[in-house]
Design a protein. Structure first.
Length: 492
């Protein structure tokens, strides 16, 4: 899809304008393209067919005095609540609504204060993310190029200085779509070895340094927790390391992005029930977000050193699978009693975080589809955030707001740590029945401390069961945009 910002869009299949809800305090100016249609908007509003509600659409064919074939109104909701997050989604809604109607070339009018760097970047992100579909393996859908949008234009005068923002948005959303492709791959097609190859490809295409540790290297490093999870699978594990180094660093800081890369999670011997198990192909969504973020970071070149650490394994059942009750020795030296082999994510993250610390990173963020419990706590709209450093979390939250990814902090009081007690080892890999997401976070923290660290539990936000008007059903790519913005906005 061609993406451009221009004051002369040429002939459009559809010109879209944002129209707000009307209320007494705010009467936002109506876009001139709509005014030219005479009473149409008033009639529409009066009929209740279009009120300006957020993401609502109405389509007029052969609009008066416009060369575009269609005029599309898209609701902006309440004008005073409208921001870049809404703009991003509106672009996605337009792309998704219009491409299914066979529209090839659309323009969005930058009327209504949309010609700022942040808005333009967000619009580009939303439009590009809106093009993604999950039908890669459906023969029919694959062949249907008829349903592809060819051009998305932002229409506004004197806007050429915003071309960089547009380009940045495109880079970020293309990375997001790349991550979604990876996350969507089934377990038979995306094994740890295949994921490692994707990482090598990203590294060579975008000039990052890469290092892929195999099982033998991990054994030398005493990564007993990671290897314990991997031993039940015929597909060998890897620890993927990708390094981005800026030419002109803004600070001596070094950010680690750690992503859970379980290419399929059967639960192991503590096997999951069959119902819905097919979804466990997305248990590498953290890895996908981190790899995608590195791809974007390599192109955007922020002024902070960033290293990605992606432990990747398949949690399978096999003759050599680890058992409940097994005790593993982690790279840190701490011993862990594996009470439940389905709590594998924290085990592989423990060794990856220890490895990152030995590399001298100053800040760690991990993203992991770690617990079903996070969905019970927060539903599907916020990722869970946990930290040992409030200031660092403040930075990440600021980035997540810019990126339009919702996150909510959960507590890490010392009391919760007491849920993790083992008679036979330093730590069990599960706490009790309650506060499951918090005990999982505490487990990782035991390895991250004292380095400033944030854990994002994306188990209930990384996969959209129903899809959204602006985003297809399937993997969301959540956390990627926040990671990129965190690096891009790093001050010290
Ligand atoms: N990969 C799962 C968590 C998960 C659940 C991700 C649902 C996406 C959707 C994780 O490895 C897991 O199985 N966690 C267990 C932990 C339990 C054994 C303490 C869980 O949440 O049930
Ligand atoms: Zn599991
Ligand atoms: Zn898992």
């Amino acid at each position: 899809m061609k993406l451009q910002i221009t004051s002369e869009p040429g002939h459009l299949d559809a010109l879209a304008v944002i129209v707000f809800e009307q209320n007494e305090q705010h009467t936002e100016p109506v876009p001139p393209e709509v005014v030219a249609q005479g009473e149409w908007l008033g009639d529409l509003r009066a009929s209740g067919e279009f009120t300006g509600k957020l993401y609502e659409t109405a389509i007029l064919h052969r609009p008066q005095s416009l060369s575009a074939k269609r005029l599309v109104l898209i609701g902006g909701g309440k004008a005073e609540k409208f921001g870049t997050a809404e703009a991003r989604r509106i672009a996605g809604v337009l792309v998704r609504t219009l491409k299914s109607k066979g529209v090839k070339k659309i323009g969005l009018s930058l009327f209504n204060g949309m010609n700022t760097a942040a808005s333009v970047q967000a619009l580009a992100e939303g439009a590009v993310a809106g093009t993604w579909e999950a039908g890669k393996y459906k023969s029919e859908q694959k062949a249907d190029s008829n349903k592809e949008l060819e051009e998305f234009l932002l229409v506004g005068g004197g806007a050429s200085h915003l071309a960089t923002s547009l380009e940045n948005g495109r880079i970020i959303a293309e990375a997001q779509n790349f991550a979604r492709d990876l996350i969507n791959e089934p377990g038979n097609r995306l094994t740890p070895a295949v994921l490692a190859q994707h990482a090598r490809d990203v590294a060579s295409a975008y000039k990052l340094e890469s290092e892929i540790l195999d099982a033998a290297a991990m054994k030398d490093l005493n990564m007993g927790a990671l290897l314990g999870v991997a031993q039940g699978s015929a597909n060998p594990p890897f620890l993927i390391v990708l390094k981005y180094r800026p030419e002109n660093p803004v600070a001596p800081d070094h950010l680690a992005l750690v992503g859970k890369g379980v290419t399929f999670d059967t639960g192991g011997v503590s096997i999951k029930s069959a119902d819905g198990m097919e979804k466990m192909k997305y248990d590498m969504a953290g890895a996908g977000a981190v790899l995608g973020a590195m791809r974007a970071i390599a192109q955007l070149k922020p002024r902070i050193a960033v290293t990605a650490y992606i432990p990747t394994v398949e949690n399978a059942v096999g003759g050599n699978a680890q058992r409940p009750g097994d005790i593993v020795i982690t790279m840190s030296g701490k011993t862990v009693e594996v009470i439940n082999t389905d709590a594998e994510g924290r085990l592989i993250l423990a060794d990856a975080v220890t490895y990152a610390k030995r590399d001298g990173v100053t800040h760690i963020v991990d993203a992991a589809t770690l617990t079903g419990a996070i969905g019970v706590a927060l539903g599907h709209h916020n990722a869970g955030a946990f930290t040992n450093n409030e200031e660092f979390l403040g930075k990440l939250f600021a980035a997540s707001r810019v990126a339009g990814e919702k996150m909510w902090q959960l507590p890490m009081d010392e009391e919760y740590k007491d849920y993790l007690k083992s008679v036979f080892a330093d730590l069990p890999n599960v706490g009790g029945r309650y506060g499951g997401s918090i005990t999982a976070a505490w487990f990782i923290r035991e390895f991250a401390d004292p380095t400033p660290w944030i854990h994002l539990d994306i188990a209930s936000t990384a996969w959209l069961d129903d899809g959204r008007p602006w985003l297809a059903k399937g993997p969301s790519g959540v956390a990627l945009r926040t990671f990129v913005e965190l690096a891009a906005s790093w001050k010290s």
